[in-house]
Design a protein around this ligand. Structure first.
Ligand code: DGY
Length: 330
């Protein structure tokens, strides 16, 4: 019997690839070459499944070119790189890696927020540049985190994990905005209060963005929202590029209309808006919020679990569009 062929589109832990080789004919990208869309299309030829990251774009045309594809296992909790309705319409299963990265990503979001508030990156650059000659009362004074109001846009699993850190560890009053208000049993232990989006930007001392990307939230943080923020406030983005209008943010930071920002994700990454590189009051990291050794391993393992289950007739642990698994009636 011929074994299904799968593509592992990016470099990943070698033992995870070996595990996949027990089940499938695997084409891998161990050198982590950056493939063009055409190259990805070529490599997907004849494949039944693929292990992807959030960097590989899958659209309807690509799916139509590869009718054998049955499963796309994204090694990410976000899946805005994949046209899920187009997959569902073609019976292609999409899976992601929720839960395993929640606490690690929240740790990083909190660290970024603290770095922005307390000017850690900015002051370190100053020191490394040999500019530290004396102590001064107002040198790199920033904003307190403890006791300050934490505003979370997107109160899903990771948003709630950030809220726990703020409320329980740092005594922060938590306000949040979500499409729907969370049940009392989630809100109460955190003292979290649902507010409308404008109130969130107006009242928070530190805004953290943790909402999933969809075209509906493109530039949901732009000139208008930045203008609502306090001049002493910070903005942290661990969600997705495109949620923030990076050009508007670079201007707001340059003009000190908000105090600081911390960004792990960018519009058009790995390219950055040049304005962000010019302002000192922003902490910039290369999309690494989930990058602890243990969590990246857990993500890769879960993506492989999903791929193996989907192609061997078992139940994939974390499907995004489980409706394609329903037995066909025709
Ligand atoms: C995720 O899991 O969505 C992270 O952003 C990594 O892509």
């Amino acid at each position: 019997m011929t074994r299904p062929a799968v593509l592992v589109a990016r470099a990943v832990f070698p033992d995870v690839v070996e595990r996949l080789r027990h089940h499938f004919d695997v084409e891998h990208n161990p050198d982590d070459e950056v493939w063009s869309a055409d190259e990805l299309r070529r490599r997907l030829a004849g494949k039944s499944g693929a292990l992807l990251t959030a960097s590989e774009r899958i659209d309807a045309a690509l799916l139509d070119a590869h009718p054998r594809l049955r499963v796309l296992a994204n090694m990410a909790v976000g899946y805005n790189n994949i046209d899920v309705p187009a997959c569902t319409a073609r019976g292609v299963l999409v899976t992601n890696t929720p839960d395993v990265l929640t606490e690690t990503t929240a740790d990083f979001g909190f660290a970024l927020m603290m770095a922005a508030a307390r000017r850690i990156a900015e002051s370190e650059h100053f020191l490394r540049a040999g500019r530290w000659t004396k102590w001064r009362y107002d040198m790199f004074v920033g904003a307190d985190v403890h006791g300050a109001t934490l505003g979370i846009l997107g109160m899903g699993r990771i948003g709630q994990a950030v809220a726990r850190r703020g409320a329980l560890g740092f005594g922060m009053p938590v306000i949040y905005h979500n499409r729907s208000r969370l049940p009392g049993e989630v809100e109460q232990p955190l003292g979290a209060r649902w507010v409308d989006k404008d109130t969130l930007f107006r009242d928070a001392d530190h805004v953290v963005l943790v909402l999933p990307y969809s075209p509906a939230v493109h530039h949901v943080v732009g000139e208008r929202e930045l203008a609502l923020m306090k001049p002493t406030a910070t903005l942290t983005n661990i969600a997705r590029g495109g949620i923030v209008d990076d050009a508007a943010l670079a201007r707001a930071l340059a003009e000190r209309r908000i105090a600081a920002a911390a960004l792990d994700v960018f519009e058009g990454e790995p390219q950055l808006h040049p304005g962000l590189l010019e302002v000192p009051n922003v902490v910039l990291t290369p999309h690494i919020a989930s990058a602890s050794v243990a969590t990246r391993r857990a993500m890769a393992t879960l993506a492989a679990d999903n791929l193996i289950a989907a192609l061997t007739g078992a139940a994939p642990p974390t499907p995004v569009n489980p409706e394609v698994l329903a037995p066909r009636r025709d």
